[in-house]
Ligand binder design. Structure first.
Ligand code: GLU
Length: 457
């Protein structure tokens, strides 16, 4: 058995005996849930699934729908308009609290009921059916399969939903909710009644963790900036009124719901979901909270814990004196290169260039820059990706080196260099397809500068 599944099964089996918590009982469909049901699912960034326990049980998504509908509203309206209508501050109060911003009536955040109802109402649509269809389609794209509605849960939510209706009327009175209250609340109840299995929730969480791309289907569901915002609001507001304690102990963006669903996202690593109906007093699934606390500690997943660089960025610093090119040279040229080859410095780097790696590379560039005028060969052949901010840092450094009188040759695979110097000005460096070509070119340039025309042959 693979070690990920083994860990999950071990946690599942041990925590199955935990019987604390109460199953939500405000509607019969939730009250009749088997408190023993306990399933775990994890979906990696390669779209692989790892399952443990009861993973076939369908249940209503409830509040776990909230970050996804928030992502939909952000995609449709943009962050400024959404922020005008719903805040992003933890309310510190229960999820169904009647607490609205004085003056504007704006609800605290989209993870509490008031904010979620406004968020649902923001989804642009021709009519209420169309609005719900867009929500269902969006959640289905996050899950990677068509999701349907548990009509019994929906009817019970409508029958018992007076508090949510009251919240909606208050917000309409305060001016923060526009449109028909009954229709909006019904759309919200339908959204909460969408039927999922725990593995669906894990794919949905993995899609947010993957910057908005569903790692199973490969489809982009929302823009990366939207996924980042949804994760940020989950991190501060996702766990009802224990969000602070959760961020402290588990340190992952998460969202729980009253049917016992819980998702957590480890950015660029995986999405995980738990289904276990018994809830603690804050409304979070008891076994889910313990399982994720343990997993986070075991695998060092806390957002604030950064393990640092995984591999050296600068792998080699040499000069053309130690490692000349293989280009044929006359004895006179060879003599010049033996004397002057140290003025060509070759720096090789590898891996992904994010801030930390780029800072390391730029430090090496400063440390080994030859006296001006010199030649700098940057061999980035084994660099696989460069972050936009890193490209800007490198661009500025290369411009400085060029204005100090150096010539720069960069070897890299095709698209890597595109973001460097993308402001349209001519770039102060020459691109090559290999480090060997870049060194040979630098030698040619050195020879041309060292020898008056006609005297080098
Ligand atoms: N339908 C429920 C409500 O709005 C969802 C609550 C929840 O999952 O927190 O009351």
């Amino acid at each position: 058995m693979d070690p990920v599944t083994a860990s999950m099964i071990e946690i599942h089996d041990r925590l199955s005996s935990l019987t604390d918590g109460e199953v939500a009982d405000y509607i019969p469909q939730l009250a009749s849930a088997d408190p023993g049901t306990f399933g775990l699912a994890l979906v990696s960034m390669s779209g692989n699934r790892y399952l443990a326990g009861d993973t076939d049980e369908p249940f209503s998504i409830q509040s776990v729908s909230k970050p996804f509908v928030y992502a939909l509203a952000l995609s449709e309206l943009g962050p400024a308009e959404v922020a005008r209508r719903v805040g992003a501050e933890p309310s510190g109060e229960a999820f169904n609290a009647i607490s609205l911003e004085p003056g504007t009536g704006r609800p605290a955040n989209p993870m509490v009921n008031a904010g979620a109802i406004v968020t649902t109402s923001l989804v642009p649509a021709a009519d209420p059916e169309d609005r719900f269809e867009r929500i269902r389609a969006c959640l289905s794209a996050f899950a990677g399969r068509p999701l349907d509605v548990d009509e019994d849960v929906y009817r019970s939510e409508v029958d018992t939903g007076d508090r949510n209706r009251a919240l909606a009327y208050l917000m309409r009175g305060a001016g923060s909710l526009s449109g028909d209250v009954d229709e909006t609340v019904r759309t919200y109840f339908r959204q909460c009644s969408i039927r999922v299995r725990v593995a669906d929730l894990a794919v949905m969480a993995a899609t947010l963790a993957d910057g908005g791309v569903n790692p199973v289907t490969g489809d982009r569901v929302v823009a990366e900036s939207v996924a980042v915002r949804a994760l940020a609001v989950m991190a501060t507001c996702g766990m009802y009124d224990t969000a602070g304690e959760w961020l402290l102990r588990v340190g992952l963006p998460a969202k729980s719901g009253v049917s016992g669903g819980l998702i957590a996202c480890s950015p660029a690593r995986f999405g995980i979901a738990v289904h276990s109906p018994p809830l603690d007093r804050a409304g979070n699934p008891v076994r889910g909270v313990v399982a994720l606390t343990e997993l986070s500690e075991r695998f060092g997943l806390h957002l604030m814990h950064q393990p640092g660089r995984h591999a050296a960025t600068v792998t080699d610093v040499t000069t053309a004196l130690d490692h000349p090119s293989h280009r044929a040279r006359t004895p006179a040229q060879r003599a010049t290169l033996d004397r002057e080859g140290h003025r060509i410095v070759v720096i090789r780097a590898q891996g992904i260039l994010e801030f930390t790696e780029t800072e390391h590379l730029l430090h090496a560039l400063r440390e080994y820059t030859p006296p001006a005028p010199g030649w700098i060969v940057l061999d980035l052949d084994r660099v696989t990706r460069m972050a936009v901010g890193s490209a800007a840092m490198l661009d500025a450094t290369l411009a400085d080196l060029a204005s100090a009188g150096h010539e720069i040759a960069i070897a890299a695979r095709e698209p890597l260099l595109d973001p460097i110097g993308d402001d349209g000005d001519p770039v102060p460096w020459t691109p090559f397809r290999s480090g060997a070509e870049a060194v040979a070119w630098s030698e040619d340039r050195l020879l041309a500068s060292a020898a008056p025309a006609g005297s080098s042959g």
